[in-house]
Design a protein around this ligand. Structure first.
Ligand SMILES: [Mg+2]
Ligand SMILES: [Zn+2]
Length: 165
């Protein structure tokens, strides 16, 4: 069974400028691409789990989100990370819709588990909000690290992991 490196998007993979929906506003956080690649080399399968209520709120469309995601995944592959669209899960709903996928609900994690046959207990979540950690715990993810928004690699817990993998 595979172990996943679950990654929040806004605030972890990219700087959270608020409802980012275009490549020109998408800024990878410092060192994140290199770190994901290093983790993958140690056997972690990268999986993105992202709340995108901007769709449900009507700030941008699902098509725009898919377009940006395609661009982001291409950039990640360009940095040597093995990742495709199947490794990205998103919740398009607004909070008041009460869906089962918006973090802190565990829906996206469970969908990823079923798609890839993941060992959840051996998996790791990296997020910048309490809801990221809560969702991971609810899904049975063994370890969840809350990092500093926009500066994930500055987190001490993450630095320790880099040493050990
Ligand atoms: Mg976030
Ligand atoms: Zn949802």
């Amino acid at each position: 069974m595979k172990k996943a490196l679950f990654l929040d998007r806004d605030g972890v993979i990219n700087v959270d400028h608020g409802y980012v929906c275009r490549p020109e506003d998408f800024e990878f956080t410092e060192g994140i691409l290199e770190w994901i690649r290093a983790m993958q080399e140690r056997g972690w399968l990268p999986i993105v789990v992202t709340n995108q209520s901007g769709i449900g709120r009507g700030y941008y469309s699902e098509e725009e989100f898919e377009e940006l995601s395609g661009w982001m995944l291409e950039r990640m592959r360009g940095a040597g990370i093995g990742i495709d669209r199947s490794q990205l899960f998103f919740c398009p709903h607004a909070p008041e819709e009460g869906c089962a996928c918006r973090k802190p609900a565990p829906g996206m994690f469970l969908a990823a588990r079923d798609r890839f046959g993941l060992d959840m207990n051996a998996s790791l979540m990296v997020g910048d909000k309490a809801s990221d950690i809560e969702a991971a715990k609810a899904a049975g993810v063994g370890r969840a690290i809350r990092v500093e928004k926009d500066r994930p690699l500055a987190s001490e817990a993450l630095q320790k992991l880099i040493g050990k993998g």
